[in-house]
Ligand binder design. Structure first.
Ligand code: OXC
Length: 310
C-alpha cells in the first residue's frame, strides 16, 4: 500500500494533505476537527496583530465549480493562535503545525514575526503575501521589489522555518522574476496559490457577496490549471531546498496527484474542505493512494515533479 507521507523542511508529516488557510481554521473548535481528521497537519487562519471582524456579510459563496470569498482577514488575533499552538506543543509534542500570519502594515508584519521569533513556537510560519480582499491593501507579492525588501528585513532576525503564501502569477517573465527573488532567501517553502483575486460571480442579476461590489477571491475547480502552472513553474525555478505547497482546485485524488506531479510536497485543500468537511481528507487520501498503487508508486517522491512533456 502506498504511503502519502511527506517532508517539509526538517519536518515529517504522516499525510501530505492539510487545510488551506481560511478554511476550518478560524478557532480551536475548527482546528481540533482538522487535528482529528486524516489531515497531516493544519494551518491557522491568517492572524493579524489585533483581532479583526473582517468584511460585511455575505462574504463567502459556494458555486458549482468552486467558491468566491471576500472575508477580509477575520481572525481572533495573533495571541489567540499563538497560545493555542503553544498548548498543542504540549498536548501533541510529535506534531508540527503551521501558523499563518500577516500584518496590516509592514511594521505590523515585523512585530508579528519578532513575536514568533521570541516565542517558544516550534512549528512553521506561513507569511500571507497574497490576500486579495482587504480594501485598499494590495496583494503584496505582486510587488516584487517590496517583497524582496520585506524578506531581506525579515531574514535579518527571523531564524525559524518560514514560507510564503503567494498569489497566482500569469506571465512567464513574472515566474522568472519572482523565483529570482525567492531564491535569494532561506525559505522553507512557497505555497502556490492563494485564490485568484477579484473575480466576479453573478446569480440572476446580482453579485453574490457584499464586499467590494461582489469582487472576491476565486477558488475551486476554476483555478486548478493556474494552480498547477504556478506549482510547476516555481518547482522548475527554485532551489530544491525550497519546497512547494500546492493549493487550488483539489477535489479528488487525481487533482492531488497532478499537484504532486508538478512538484508539490504538500497539498492544501480549501473550497472542497469548506463544502465537504474534514472527511474530505480521508476520501482524497484514499483516492490518491489508489492511483499510486495502480501505477506502482510507493511514496510521493517516486513521482513528485516528474511531469512529462510532449
Ligand atoms: O489570503 C486570503 N485569501 C482569500 O481568498 N481570502 C482570505 C480573506 O479574505 O481573509 N485571505
Amino acid at each position: 500500500m502506498a504511503t502519502t507521507k511527506t517532508k517539509i523542511g526538517n519536518f515529517e508529516f504522516e499525510n501530505c494533505f492539510m487545510n488551506a488557510a481560511g478554511v476550518y481554521c478560524y478557532d480551536k473548535n475548527e482546528l481540533e476537527q482538522v487535528i482529528n481528521s486524516q489531515a497531516g497537519t493544519f494551518v491557522t487562519k491568517t492572524a493579524t496583530l489585533q483581532s479583526r471582524p473582517g468584511n460585511p456579510e455575505p462574504r463567502y459563496h459556494d458555486t458549482t465549480l468552486g467558491s468566491i470569498n471576500s472575508m477580509g482577514l477575520p481572525n481572533l488575533g495573533f495571541d489567540y493562535y499563538l497560545d493555542y499552538l503553544l498548548e498543542l506543543q504540549k498536548t501533541h509534542p510529535h506534531r508540527t503545525f503551521f501558523f499563518s500570519l500577516v500584518g496590516m502594515s509592514t511594521e505590523d508584519t515585523h512585530a508579528l514575526l519578532k513575536k514568533v521569533q521570541e516565542s517558544d513556537f516550534k512549528g512553521i510560519t506561513e507569511l500571507n503575501l497574497s490576500c486579495p480582499n482587504v480594501p485598499g491593501k494590495p496583494q503584496i507579492a505582486y510587488d516584487l521589489e517590496t517583497t524582496e525588501k520585506l524578506l531581506a528585513d525579515i531574514f535579518s532576525y527571523f531564524k525559524k522555518p518560514l514560507g510564503v503564501k503567494l498569489p497566482p502569477y500569469f506571465d512567464i517573465v513574472h515566474f522568472d522574476q519572482a523565483a529570482a527573488v525567492f531564491n535569494k532567501f532561506p525559505l522553507t517553502f512557497i505555497n502556490c496559490i492563494n485564490s485568484i483575486g477579484n473575480g466576479l460571480v453573478i446569480e440572476d442579476e446580482s453579485v453574490v457577496i457584499k464586499p467590494k461590489n461582489g469582487f472576491g477571491g476565486i477558488g475551486g475547480e476554476y483555478i486548478k490549471p493556474t494552480a498547477l502552472a504556478n506549482v510547476h513553474a516555481f518547482y522548475k525555478r527554485l532551489n530544491s531546498s525550497i519546497k512547494i505547497i500546492g493549493t487550488g482546485g483539489i477535489l479528488t485524488g487525481q487533482d492531488a496527484f497532478e499537484h504532486i506531479l508538478c512538484g508539490a510536497s504538500m497539498v492544501q485543500i480549501g473550497t472542497t474542505l469548506h463544502k465537504e468537511g474534514p472527511s474530505a481528507f480521508e476520501r482524497i487520501t484514499n483516492e490518491l493512494k489508489a492511483i499510486m498503487d495502480k501505477k506502482g508508486y510507493k511514496t510521493i517522491e517516486d513521482f513528485r515533479g516528474k511531469l512529462k512533456y510532449l
